[in-house]
Design a protein around this ligand. Structure first.
Ligand SMILES: [Zn+2]
Length: 245
């Protein structure tokens, strides 16, 4: 249940990575932008804000892809879709390579935290909130979006980055199969809690997102069990598509 290049628009190719945009993005983008509150004087700013979110997501995915390449792995495709972005990465099967490929995504957002902080400080110092309140409001929101992306991705809910980082660290101690089993079990608990939170909030969006996480967590749990069998000399399993979201 991952978006693929089928049904996607080929946007551009940069640094040897082809970037696609899934068709469903337009529907959700239209819905989100048109139902957004009116904190700006013109709806154009809502569009700017939504596009900025995906620019941040794209930079995050490039972090995964370029880090994966630096370990000798394969990464040549990023697909943007309503739930964010998917970088198709296949780092070498060793914990250090996996850890770096996954950690580099949130690291991009972490590096942007002081950049946005400074930008807001400078903008406020120059009175941008008076001269161009829309631009200032947009800048403040993008700063918050970046922080939210960083925190959300670091939640230990496999296959979110936090869950994958946990798995890579555990790999050093308990091996590839058991580390994935532990990370996916924790991911299930976290995903279920996130689903319950979404239901409590009445947020269909968060429930869909939790469902997506739980489904992929389940597939990875099954893979982990097969991998454990393989390590006991059974036939090798086929891994699910590796990705960093
Ligand atoms: Zn990520």
């Amino acid at each position: 249940m991952l978006p693929t290049q089928q049904g996607s628009i080929r946007l551009f190719r940069l640094l040897g990575i082809q970037v696609y945009l899934h068709w469903s993005w337009f529907f959700v983008a239209f819905y989100t932008v048109s139902t957004r509150g009116d904190q700006y004087s013109s709806p154009v700013w809502n569009i700017a804000e939504y596009l900025s979110l995906f620019l941040l997501v794209l930079m995050h995915e490039y972090g995964h892809s370029l880090a994966c390449r630096s370990t000798g792995g394969q990464a040549d495709q990023i697909v943007l879709w309503p739930l964010g972005g998917v970088a198709y990465v296949a780092p070498p099967q060793r914990p250090g390579a996996q850890l770096w490929s996954i950690a580099a995504g949130p690291m991009v957002n972490a590096l942007l935290v002081p950049v946005f902080y400074l930008a807001v400080r400078i903008a406020a110092g120059r009175g941008l909130d008076d001269t161009n309140p829309d631009l200032f409001e947009c800048l403040l929101t993008i700063q918050l979006i970046n922080l939210a992306l960083l925190i959300f991705n670091l939640l230990p809910i496999y296959p979110l980055d936090g869950g994958q980082i946990l798995r890579s660290v555990l790999w050093y101690f308990v091996g590839p199969a058991n580390s994935l089993i532990v990370a996916t079990v924790i991911g299930f608990l976290g995903g279920a809690a996130f689903f319950a939170y979404g239901a409590y909030q009445g947020s269909t969006w968060n429930m869909v997102l939790a469902g997506f996480l739980l489904f992929n967590c389940w597939k990875s749990f099954q893979f982990a069990r097969q991998l454990r069998g393989h390590l006991r000399n059974l036939p090798p399993p086929v891994p699910p598509a590796a990705f960093g979201s």
